[in-house]
Design a protein around this ligand. Structure first.
Ligand SMILES: N[C@@H](CCC(=O)N[C@@H](CS)C(=O)NCC(=O)O)C(=O)O
Length: 267
């Protein structure tokens, strides 16, 4: 395989936990890259217009299935989307495996087959279950108003959520929650009821050494950004912080210095 370094461009949207996984993955591999921020909303069209293939079959589900709008967006294509030289790769699962091939060191998947299987299981769960549930819980929170979020989601571990402008953020939140991800205020209680079990799962993997071990792996980088997203909700951050999951979060994504200073002096 030709391992000559190629120019890398990562297409993202603002505040995306999924995109942060790809950024962390590239940084772990010490691969320099340029970020192109697409406008949230039309981004599936923008990414397709840049020549990415999208997904023939749905890759995301809500309550165990898909629906027309979500399947249509999957078909157009998701971010993160990576262009590396003339190659185009979409989804974190694919991006990680691509980068493992072109630059094996430092690894993101253990060499030992049993350890690798455990990490891949956690990574898959982080992708299939936690990523979507975290998104829905946070979008549902935003329907109560931006004060549900620390710093009204203008800043935080993932940066501003959805948009820099608060009015656009509120509208984007409403559209994503109600029209795409089935995250109404009625569904919110069910979604919140799932959270302790999800955090217990993360804690168990930490306890077993699958997550937050001596060296970070693909599952850590998949899961930590979803914890970061959940921690934008003021009501949820304390329970995350108090758990082993909070240690993983602090290690992978420390609170940015600006936000720490604001919290120390803020109301
Ligand atoms: N699980 C996939 C999907 C990522 C994903 O859902 N990305 C969102 C941004 S957070 C997206 O592209 N949304 C576009 C849409 O909903 O059409 C991955 O990790 O790559």
């Amino acid at each position: 395989m030709d391992r000559t370094p190629q120019p890398a461009t990562l297409y993202v949207i603002l505040g995306s936990h999924a995109c942060r996984t790809a950024m962390l993955t590239l940084e772990h591999k010490r691969i320099p890259y340029r970020t192109v921020e697409l406008l949230t909303g039309p981004h599936p069209f923008s990414v397709r217009a840049r020549g990415f293939a999208g997904h023939r079959a749905p890759i995301r589900s809500v309550d165990g299935g898909t629906h027309r709008t979500l399947a249509g967006m999957d078909r157009l294509g998701t971010v993160p989307a990576l262009r590396y030289g003339d190659q185009k790769i979409q989804t974190n699962l694919e991006i990680t495996r691509f980068l493992e091939r072109i630059q094996p060191q430092p690894p993101l998947l253990p060499a030992d087959p049993a350890e690798r299987q455990a990490v891949e299981q956690a990574e898959r769960w982080g992708n299939d279950v936690l990523q979507m549930t975290a998104r829905r819980i946070v979008l549902a929170g935003g329907l109560h108003g931006l004060d549900a979020f620390h710093a009204r989601a203008n800043a935080g571990r993932l940066g501003p959520l959805l948009a820099r402008n608060e009015s656009i953020r509120a509208v984007s939140n409403w559209m994503a929650a109600r029209l795409i991800f089935g995250a109404s205020t009625t569904r919110e209680q069910d979604l919140l009821a799932q959270l302790p079990a999800l955090l217990d799962t993360v804690d168990r993997w930490i306890d077993a050494g699958v997550l937050n071990g001596a060296t970070l792996n693909a599952a850590d980088l998949m899961i930590a950004p979803s914890l970061a997203l959940l921690a934008y909700r003021r009501d949820l951050r304390p329970q995350i912080d108090a758990r082993p999951a909070g240690e993983l979060l602090r290690r992978v994504l420390p609170v940015p210095a600006g936000e720490r200073a604001a919290a120390a002096t803020g109301p």
